[in-house]
Design a protein around this ligand. Structure first.
Ligand code: ADP
Ligand code: DP6
Length: 326
C-alpha cells in the first residue's frame, strides 16, 4: 500500500575516499570510492503523501529543517514524483541516531533512507540501483548507503547520469570494526561539497589525486578480498592523508583537524607501532578519527582512544546491512 513508508539506512565510512567531482551538475565523483556500511549509525525516515500540502515539508531530528536542507529533499522528491506520475506533496520526518552534519556521514544515511522511503511511498517498486542513483544525485556518498557491507561507487563519466553504487562484499565477509573517536558534537565548518569544490578549483595536488586514487581504491578492494588488514589499512591511510593534504593545500586552506584529531591519530600510531595492534586511521570532512581494526582488538582500541585527550567519546561500529523497509 503506497502513501506512507518508513526506511532505515546506515551511514558509511569511505576507506577509499570520494573527493572532487567530474561533473558538478550531475554530481558525479571524479574518483572511485569504497566504503563500509556502519551497523549502529542509523537514520530512520518516514515519507507520508499528503494531498492537502502545496509544498513538501521536511522535519529533521524533530525540528523544521532549514530552507537549504528542505530544498535538497524536495529536489529528490520531485524526481520521484515525475517517475511515479503523482503530483502529491509529502511530509518527510527523519531522525539521525548520531550527530547530524558533523563529519559522521548523516547525509549518506539520510539521502539513502529518503530515496528508498520516498520511492515506496509513491508506490514505485523496490529497485536498489534506482534508489542508489537518486541518492547519488543528492549526495554521492549516499549512493553507497543503499547497500550493506563493503560497497563501491565508481568514478563518474561526465554527462552519464546513470552512475550507481554496488556491493562488493556482504556485511559478514570480514569481522572488521570501526571505532569512531568523536572530537566534537557540533556541526562542521566547511561541508564536504564546499571543501571538495575548493580543492578541485585551487589545490595544486588535485590532478595527482585524480590520477592516483584508482590505484589506492584497487589496493583497498584487494585488501578486502584477501582479508589482508595491513594492505587494506595502509591504502586506507593513503587515501585519507592524500585527501586532507589536497584540501589543506587549497586556497583558502581547508583544515578539518582539531587538536583532538592529532592526539587520536597519535594513539592509533602508538597502538600499531609500539603495541603491535593492527589498527589504521581514516578521517572525513570533520575532526573525528575513525580507527579500523579486527573485532578481537576493538575493546582495547576503543578504550585507548576513549582515554585520549580531546576525544569526547567513542562509537564502535560493525559492518551493517543496506536499507531496510519497515
Ligand atoms: P555529514 O558529515 O553529517 O554528512 P554534511 O554537511 O555533508 O555532513 O551533510 C549534512 C546535511 O545532509 C544536512 O545539512 C542535510 O542537508 C542533510 N541531511 C542530514 N541528515 C539528513 C536526513 N536524515 N535526511 C535528509 N537529509 C539529511
Ligand atoms: C570525505 O557525499 O557529502 O565523506 O556529493 O557533494 O554531497 P556531495 O559530497 P559527500 O562527500 C563525502 C566526502 C567524504 C568521503 C566519502 O564519503 O567518500
Amino acid at each position: 500500500m503506497s502513501g506512507r513508508a518508513t526506511v532505515v539506512a546506515r551511514a558509511n565510512i569511505a576507506l577509499a575516499k570520494y573527493w572532487g567531482k567530474s561533473d558538478e551538475a550531475l554530481n558525479l565523483p571524479a574518483v572511485p570510492s569504497v566504503s563500509m556500511t556502519l551497523a549502529p549509525m542509523r537514520t530512520e525516515t518516514t515519507v507520508t503523501l499528503e494531498p492537502s500540502l502545496d509544498h513538501d515539508v521536511f522535519e529533521l531530528d524533530g525540528a523544521r529543517a532549514s530552507d537549504k536542507e528542505s530544498v535538497r529533499v524536495s529536489t529528490m522528491l520531485a524526481e520521484i514524483r515525475a517517475e511515479a506520475h503523482d503530483k502529491t506533496h509529502a511530509r518527510v520526518a527523519s531522525r539521525n541516531f548520531f550527530p547530524t552534519a558533523s563529519g559522521l556521514a548523516s547525509s549518506a544515511s539520510g539521502f539513502a533512507a529518503l530515496a528508498a522511503a520516498a520511492r515506496a511511498a509513491y508506490g514505485l517498486p523496490r529497485d536498489d540501483r534506482r534508489a542508489s542513483i537518486l541518492a547519488r544525485r543528492a549526495s554521492a556518498s549516499a549512493a553507497r548507503s543503499i547497500f550493506g557491507g563493503f560497497v563501491e561507487l565508481p568514478a563518474g563519466t561526465p554527462g552519464d547520469d546513470s552512475l550507481a553504487a554496488y556491493p562488493l562484499f556482504g556485511p559478514d565477509h570480514w569481522d572488521l570494526r570501526l571505532v569512531v573517536a568523536v572530537i566534537t558534537e557540533g556541526r562542521k565548518d566547511v561541508s564536504s561539497r564546499d571543501g571538495m569544490g575548493i580543492s578541485r578549483r585551487t589545490s595544486p595536488y588535485y590532478e595527482a589525486w585524480v590520477e592516483k586514487s584508482p590505484l589506492i581504491a584497487a589496493r583497498i578492494r584487494e585488501g578486502l578480498s584477501k582479508q589482508d588488514l595491513a594492505m587494506l589499512g595502509e591504502a586506507t591511510e593513503q587515501s585519507f592523508t592524500a585527501m586532507h593534504a589536497l584540501a589543506f593545500a587549497s586556497s583558502p586552506f581547508t583544515l578539518y583537524f582539531q587538536p583532538g584529531s592529532l592526539a587520536a591519530l597519535g594513539t592509533v600510531r602508538r597502538l600499531r607501532d609500539v603495541e603491535g595492534v593492527g589498527v589504521y586511521a581514516t578521517m572525513d570532512a570533520g575532526p573525528h578519527v575513525k580507527a579500523l581494526c579486527r573485532a578481537k582488538d576493538v575493546e582495547h582500541v576503543a578504550a585507548t582512544l576513549g582515554q585520549t585527550q580531546g576525544v569526547l567519546r567513542t562509537i564502535v561500529a560493525d559492518p551493517g546491512p543496506g536499507i531496510e523497509l519497515a
